[in-house]
Ligand binder design. Structure first.
Ligand SMILES: C[S@@+](CC[C@H](N)C(=O)[O-])C[C@H]1O[C@@H](n2cnc3c(N)ncnc32)[C@H](O)[C@@H]1O
Length: 281
């Protein structure tokens, strides 16, 4: 079998399982199995694939056919300007979360020496991306999941930032250490009912504690705001991601708890997804 025949074979398998991105995914899997880049694969379509590599390709195809996300199969995901190690214990970093990093970089400068807290760090993608760009800043990253923190620590080492960030395995409710200039967070914000409507790749593979936030999807965001009120310095900022339909409630809740909303940032679909708020009281 040559690469072209293998591609046609894989396309059929993934398409029949309703994998929307079947063409791209299939080519990436074949490239991985044959140890080449997707580009090299596509200019060598007549090249024969040997038995061992084909077997490897089949194994990868079966995993994707069962809806396992590509990021977990490859154990890596790009976020902001860097690659992060990921596995099933952490949420796969999403492009909309990059808005948090972008906004933090806009309101700080290269020489800033600020103290950050990242709540629900997961893979560490937010705090590590920020500290990499703001080398005089330092941070604390907390997560309720021990397994997630292990991944975040691996990523910190990979990016040579392990001395800049302390990792703490704790529920935000119980964390009371220090005062911060900035709290950043992408908390869980999906309600129980929406969770059932998510794609199989998310529902079956990504960690539930990274997604679900009670009946209304707001339980973790409320905790985050209440705790940030205690942990932020006066005029400190809370920068966090929200679900698509949560803006109205959250703005009222912020206001009631002594925060002024500075900015609401939208994603590429024009949905409000990141809030920047200042602790004024
Ligand atoms: C949506 S994920 C975000 C992960 C990562 N920051 C990102 O943006 O890709 C939320 C994270 O919060 C953690 N988490 C959930 N509830 C928590 C709590 N009460 N206290 C601390 N961390 C919590 C989860 O384990 C998960 O890693």
């Amino acid at each position: 079998m040559n690469y072209l025949e293998a591609i046609n074979f894989g396309n059929k398998i993934l398409k029949s399982s309703n994998i929307e991105t079947y063409k791209l995914d299939n080519e990436l899997l074949l490239a991985k199995a044959t140890n080449c880049t997707r580009e090299e694969l596509l200019i060598n379509l007549q090249k024969k694939i040997d038995r061992v590599k084909f077997k490897k390709y089949l194994k990868l195809l079966i995993r994707r056919k069962k809806n396992e996300p590509i990021a977990y199969i490859f154990k890596t995901k790009e976020f902001w300007k860097n690659k992060f190690y990921v596995n099933k214990n952490v949420l796969i970093p999403r492009p909309e979360t990059e808005i948090i990093v972008d906004e933090v970089l806009k309101i700080t400068n290269g020489n800033s020496s600020k103290n950050f807290l990242d709540v629900g760090t997961g893979s560490g993608c937010i705090i590590l991306s920020i500290i990499k760009e703001r080398p005089n800043c330092y941070g604390t990253a907390i997560d309720i999941s021990k397994k997630a923190l292990k991944i975040a620590s691996i990523n910190a080492k990979m990016h040579h930032l392990e001395n800049k960030i302390s990792f703490v395995n704790i529920d935000i409710d119980k964390f009371n250490l220090n005062k911060y200039d900035y709290v950043v967070s992408n908390p869980p914000y999906i309600n129980k009912f929406e969770l059932n409507r998510l794609g199989k790749n998310v529902k079956l593979f990504e960690p539930n504690e990274a997604l679900e936030a009670g009946i209304d999807g707001l339980s973790e965001i409320k905790k985050l705001i209440l705790k940030s009120k205690k942990l932020l310095k006066i005029n400190g900022k809370l920068i966090f991601e929200i679900g698509i339909k949560q803006l109205k409630f959250i703005m009222i809740f912020l206001n009631k708890n002594g925060f002024y909303t500075d900015k609401i940032c939208k994603d590429i679909y024009s949905n409000p997804r990141v809030i920047i708020a200042t602790k004024v009281l």
